[in-house]
Design a protein. Structure first.
Lengths: 245, 286
């Protein structure tokens, strides 16, 4: 893992993620250029940006999936990722997917507990390909939670869900995060999602973080709340999309 | 809740658009009165069989050209009763099983080496891909020179046919495993060995099954070729011997046995797929 060398760094900063001068290029194309980022423990950060702005690259680097980088990246040892596609192993029953990667024999009671936490206990013995989109995404979330992450990385996890399922899934993530008290980095291009879930919104454009805004609104948030709507339209402004249809 | 469909909807936003002409979507008549599918499908083969029998019984088709179905059936019974068919079958089956075992071992082994590592790919794949363009049946003369005319060339011929088919399909199966799943496995903390065991090998299983199906087909083909050359027992030997005496009934019996063996092999692969690939929703287990 990317953290192997860095695990011994004593955390005197109190941060959950610390990135300094991160630079990443694919050949001649520079995707991230001198990026600095600090995430606080327990905070729900939403990274907002249009397609191709480098936000998924940043998430992959934090997940340890991309190690050809320059700069300093410090992340917790216990991280978990949920992707836009659930990426469940189709040949393993749901519960075996959930405990995949844990040391020792597959722990059925643990799988059942975590599946219950995401409301999927009744599908523990199902094949992944028989799950609906929302169920598969909840299974993927359970698989991430089972590692008890200190940092939960979510890469547009609701992107492929229909509007109603997405609302339910967003609420579930908010509940789980409040219970687990872990740092969350959610990458998305959905402005309303950011306004509903974030403690802090980062707007990314062309490989750099161009806007950093704390969101101090009471939870749970109502999409129709004027404050949420105001935040939503100001974020749309930041992304360069504004005005009525 | 029901809605009165004939009445216009309550006025909400009215738009000035012409109402289109409506046509009725008629419910289709049931198809229950037709003959079942299997019955319709068996008509043509049965007619062919009947024509063959009539031609044979009337003498229009001489027994030296092609024996009638009834004669073939009678011959099959006598050959089974006097033990010639069972003993020949045992010899042929043994050859196929040996060839299958040897070919699977080498084919799957090489596919794993080539599929799982870059080094293996460079060492193995190009060579195998080159060799497979040689029609393996054409190697019979060389095989006879190398290993003689006993059991060895027959088993080797089958093993080659089986090995190449399994290699190609297992290798393709390994390489077609979704990289996103392997990546997900990495984020879950699986090491390389665990990634192979939990993700790559199960993902290559459909390829293995396809390869097995081809391999079984080819193994019978190789058996026929192998046994028509210098055999002194087995199904192919019976056929060759029958040719010398114009016993077309024996030849047809042997062909039927080959066909039945092929069918049996297919059933075995289907049963394997049903158990091993039950996670695939596309599989309709019938």
């Amino acid at each position: 893992m990317a953290t192997d060398l860095q695990r011994n760094v004593r955390n005197s900063t109190g941060a959950a993620v610390l990135v300094r001068g991160l630079r990443k290029s694919f050949g001649p194309e520079v995707v991230l250029d001198g990026l600095d980022l600090r995430l606080e423990p327990g905070q729900f950060t939403v990274l907002l940006g249009a397609s191709g702005c480098g936000k998924s690259t940043l998430l992959r680097i934090l997940a340890g999936l991309d190690r050809e980088i320059d700069g300093e990246v410090l992340v917790p040892g216990r991280r978990a990722v949920a992707f836009q596609a659930p990426r469940l192993m189709p040949w393993k029953k749901v519960w075996r997917n959930v405990v995949l990667g844990l040391p020792g024999r597959p722990d059925r009671p643990l799988a059942d507990r975590v599946l219950a936490e995401v409301g999927l206990a009744h599908r523990a013995d199902a094949w992944p390909k028989t799950l609906s989109g929302g169920e598969a995404q909840r299974a993927a979330l359970a698989r991430a939670l089972v590692h008890e992450p200190e940092l939960l990385l979510l890469d547009e996890p609701f992107g492929a869900l229909d509007a109603l399922t997405r609302l339910r899934a967003q609420r579930l993530v908010a509940e789980v995060w409040e219970r687990r008290n872990c740092a969350v980095l959610l990458v998305t291009h959905d402005v309303e999602e950011a306004a509903l879930l974030a403690d802090r919104v980062l707007v990314m454009r062309a490989g750099a973080i161009v806007h950093d805004e704390p969101v101090d609104l009471a939870r749970p948030r109502d999409p129709a709340d004027p404050a949420v709507l105001r935040l939503r339209s100001s974020l749309l402004d930041r992304l360069g999309v504004s005005g009525p249809y | 809740m029901s809605i009165d469909t004939d009445a216009p909807p309550p006025p909400a936003v009215t738009r000035d658009a012409p109402a289109p002409d409506l046509v009725a979507v008629a419910a289709r008549a049931g198809r229950s009165r037709r003959a079942p599918r299997w019955a319709r499908r068996s008509i043509a083969p049965l007619v062919l069989l009947a024509v063959w029998q009539v031609l044979g019984s009337t003498g229009a088709l001489s027994a030296q050209t092609l024996a009638a179905p009834s004669t073939v059936l009678g011959k099959a019974v006598t050959m089974t009763a006097d033990g010639t068919l069972p003993s020949a079958l045992a010899v042929s089956l043994q050859r196929v099983l040996c060839g299958l075992a040897l070919g699977s071992l080498v084919g799957v082994g090489l596919a794993l080496v080539a599929g799982l590592s870059r080094l293996g790919e460079d060492l193995v794949d190009a060579t195998v891909q080159m060799l497979r363009t040689v029609p393996f049946i054409g190697l019979i003369p060389l095989l006879i020179i190398w290993v003689g005319i006993g059991e060895a060339p027959k088993v080797a011929l089958i093993a080659m046919g089986v090995g190449f088919n399994l290699y190609l399909n297992v290798y393709a199966g390994i390489r077609s495993v979704d990289d996103a799943l392997v990546e997900a496995g990495r984020t879950l903390g699986l090491n390389r060995r665990q990634q192979i065991w939990h993700i790559v090998l199960p993902g290559a299983l459909p390829g293995l099954m396809t390869g097995l199906r081809y391999a079984l087909t080819v193994s019978w083909l190789a058996l026929v070729f192998g046994e028509t050359i210098n055999a002194d027992n087995g199904i192919g030997f019976l056929m060759n011997q029958a040719r010398e005496f114009f016993q077309t009934d024996v030849i047809v019996v042997c062909l039927l046995v080959y066909a039945l063996l092929g069918l049996l092999a297919d059933l075995i692969v289907r049963a394997l797929e049903r158990t091993l690939l039950s996670w695939r929703p596309t599989f309709s287990g019938t």
